[in-house]
Design a protein around this ligand. Structure first.
Ligand code: GLN
Ligand code: ZN
Length: 757
């Protein structure tokens, strides 16, 4: 049996890659230094894998930005707008593709979520008449580098099916027409790698999705060609993020040597695979979760491994991580502040490498209990710890009734009650919550956190900040005001810090895209709200103005999706606990006289399961959790929700089922096109399609906003149309914020006049 991982995080224990990249981009270090530091990181990552006792080290998993971009680069899939960039310095071209270049009017390539993770990949672009060529030998070079440093590498590359399936077509070309040209390059790369190693990993996570028949039909020929190129070297087909299900039938016939399966996100598929994957071929068991931070249950994992050993002997088996460790933080050793009891339940990437090696020893050894002694103790401690269970919360979730999920009356009746109380004009204007987070705000927050700013000074500063944004909004002439969220560093962390059942790491960073990382909170136990979280700030804000103020909360699904979630309770139950905590906050805000409350569900869509068959179930519980937060509020209390994306086709009916009085969405970049989803569906409640793309500093003119709104009016009735930016403004600066909001209000006034005439 061989032990391996599918890939190691690139970012470095102390986010060295982030700092290096940003230093390079800002011009403070030369390219040579960037490469030296990258080489050093790769070396460290290989050492970790080797020292842990893994049988191979992954190569090609390292990237200066993204592995999909690397693959596009390897294949010469370079969008025409970048042809003007001199290719004498490939890094120049590479980073421009990733990040754009305003000076040359080059827009960056699009980014989107890598399957159902929080990692964003660069979406390769195909256009008519592209000429592909073997453009970058990075993978071969890094594999050579590993060998010359004495490691035994297993090169990793994105498989052609996944690459094409995730790419997009910019004109009416058909990206699959490029398959042949691509395969030619894959063949070259694979035959070069085959000279160097005896196993090559091709990542094909799309095999765990509902794959179109046309793609299935291409697979045998594709892998026939790749296998020929590999010759005596083994091809490992790496599938992850789910089960193979029906795809296994034809996957089993592909001429590859090793099949890697995910037994965490695809748990329960082992028997099916053992039965259908040819016995004489190798199988890799992904028994260890590459996407979470908990120790693996060694007994359960070795049981799976022993099943497989009985079925086909150990020689043909591998054991590894479910997917690449890209999605887990690097080193638990660094967490010196973490409560030791909780820390003992966790494993980050380095510890996961050690776990894999240990599992191999245990599965092959004669005394599993002895070998896994420490693991068994940690798992048992966690299971029996009173810190993970709170009987009163369990009782509360059990007692959730369907009545608790409903508003008291229908939207049409509520709307009248709300209008009576709020007296809003046509096309009410508002923002999504946050206002620019200036350096000063960040500085005070961090000083307060580290005890360098007193509670009194902090309160005073924040109150002044709130007062300022209130006055500014009044001056601009907005109708529904917000307090500005200056006290929040992050929309999930802020709530997590005030909820029981959460803990936080110091260095638990995970790459989100390029040099950007996130540090998700950890939900380890039952969640509850010991005290109100936002009421003081929000009521203070409302007291400063006669205009209605919108209280801002983060929704349960979003908190769930952006945290490391405990694996000892179903996700929907964790979400219910979060929903009850937010529900309490909603009740308190309402009781404190706040008439409008927004519950952001920015992540609702990204929680969608990969398989269509699983989606309805998810949407049902996710929508119910949202409804639980607001069920029972008065008719006259107006509930808003906000979502940061524009693809609604798959979830339009779920959004309607949330039954928020107002939903704000991102729409400006697509020029309101996304509203079609709402038209087809006849979305019943109020909508605020974003009219300002807040992802860029560009100021939209009054004219532009007016035109967008006129477009929106074709789909949304006048009495249900709100006016707002695409998202929160915390990453924007004040000058463009002021100018854009003034234009937004002016465009709205013009619209109101238009309505009168
Ligand atoms: N209320 C949040 C803000 O304005 C919403 C952010 C988001 O949806 N990502 O910052
Ligand atoms: Zn948003």
């Amino acid at each position: 049996m061989k032990a391996h991982i599918l890939g190691f995080p690139r970012i470095g224990t102390h986010r060295e890659l982030k700092h290096t990249l940003e230093a390079y981009w800002s011009g403070s270090i030369p390219l040579k230094t960037l490469h030296l530091r990258a080489t050093k990181l790769r070396q460290q990552h290989w050492e970790i894998q080797q020292d842990s006792g893994l049988d191979t080290v992954a190569t090609g998993d390292f990237s200066l930005y993204d592995h999909m971009l690397d693959t596009a680069f390897m294949l010469g899939v370079i969008p025409p707008r970048f042809h003007s960039v001199p290719s004498s310095c490939p890094e120049n071209l590479y980073f421009r593709m990733a990040r754009g270049d305003a000076d040359y009017g080059l827009s960056a390539m699009e980014m989107t979520k890598w399957f159902d993770t929080n990692y964003h990949y660069i979406v390769p672009e195909f256009t008519q008449g592209m000429e592909l060529k073997y453009f970058s030998s990075k993978l071969v070079d890094e594999t050579r580098e590993a060998i010359s440093n004495g490691f035994s590498p297993k090169p990793v590359l994105v498989g052609p099916l996944t690459f094409l399936q995730l790419s997009k077509e910019m004109d009416d070309c058909n990206r699959w027409d490029y398959l042949d040209a691509m395969l030619g390059i894959y063949e070259t790369v694979i035959s070069e790698l085959a000279q160097l190693t005896d196993c090559i990993q091709l990542d094909e996570p799309v095999l765990c999705t509902d794959l179109p028949d046309e793609v299935q039909a291409l697979a045998p020929q594709v892998y026939e060609q790749l296998k020929n190129a590999a010759g005596k070297s083994d091809l490992m087909l790496a599938t992850y993020f789910g089960k193979l299900e029906d795809n296994l039938e034809w996957v089993a016939k592909l001429p590859v040597d090793v099949l890697h399966i995910d037994l965490v996100h695809g748990s329960g598929q082992l028997q099916h695979v053992l039965k259908n994957w040819p016995k004489e071929k190798q199988l890799s068991l992904g028994v260890l979760n590459g996407r979470n931070i908990w120790k693996t249950n060694g007994i359960k994992a070795t049981q799976l491994m022993r099943n497989a050993i009985e079925n086909r002997g150990e020689e043909n088996l591998w054991v590894g991580s479910s997917c690449s460790l890209l999605h887990s933080p690097v080193d638990l050793q660094q967490e010196t502040d973490l409560d030791p009891e909780l820390r003992n339940w966790m494993a980050f990437a380095i510890q996961k490498c050690e776990e894999i090696s240990l599992l191999k020893t245990a599965a092959l050894g004669s005394d599993i209990d002895q070998i896994l002694q420490e693991n068994i103790k940690a798992i048992r401690d966690r299971k029996s710890s009173p810190r993970t269970r709170n009987p009163s919360i369990r009782q509360r979730t059990e007692n959730i009734t369907s009545a608790m999920l409903n508003r008291r009356t229908l939207f049409s009746i509520r709307k009248k009650e709300q209008q009576k109380r709020l007296n809003l004009p046509n096309f009410p204007t508002t923002t999504i919550g946050s206002f620019p987070q200036t350096n000063e705000i960040r500085r005070i927050r961090s000083a307060f956190r580290t005890g360098k700013c007193s509670d009194v000074d902090y309160q005073e500063f924040m109150r002044k900040e709130i007062l300022d944004v209130i006055r500014t909004q009044e001056e601009i002439g907005l109708d529904v005001l917000v307090h500005g969220e200056a006290e929040r560093n992050d929309m999930v962390e802020y709530f997590g810090q005030q909820l029981d059942g959460f803990c936080f790491t110091q260095n638990g960073w995970v790459q989100s895209y390029g040099s950007r990382c996130v540090k998700p909170p950890v939900i380890y136990g039952d969640v509850s709200r010991p005290a109100p979280m936002t009421v003081e700030w929000i009521t203070y804000a409302q007291d400063q103005t006669d205009k209605p103020l919108k209280g801002m909360l983060t929704g349960p699904v979003t908190i769930l999706c952006w945290s490391f979630v405990r694996d000892d309770l179903p996700r929907n139950e964790v979400c219910q606990q979060l929903a009850l905590a937010i529900r309490d906050e909603v009740q308190d805000l309402e009781a404190a006289g706040i008439n409008i409350i927004q519950i952001d569900e920015a992540a609702l869509r990204e929680g969608l399961p990969l398989r269509t068959a699983d989606r309805q179930d998810y949407l049902n519980w996710a929508v119910n959790c949202f409804r639980l937060t607001v069920g029972g509020v008065k008719d006259s209390t107006q509930i808003h929700t906000h979502m940061c994306y524009s693809e609604f086709n798959a979830i339009a009916s779920a959004i309607a089922a949330m039954d928020a009085d107002v939903v704000s969405i991102e729409a400006s970049r697509s020029g309101m096109e996304l509203l079609d989803a709402f038209k087809d569906f006849e979305y019943p409640n109020d909508i605020g399609p974003g009219v300002w793309d807040i992802h860029s500093p560009r100021i939209p003119s009054e004219e532009e906003i007016f035109n967008l709104l006129q477009k929106a009016r074709k789909v949304i009735p006048d009495d249900r149309l709100w006016v707002n930016p695409d998202c929160g403004l915390k990453t924007r600066a004040w000058p463009e914020t002021l100018a854009s909001l003034y234009n937004m209000v002016a465009a709205t006034l013009r619209l109101r006049l238009d309505l009168l005439s």
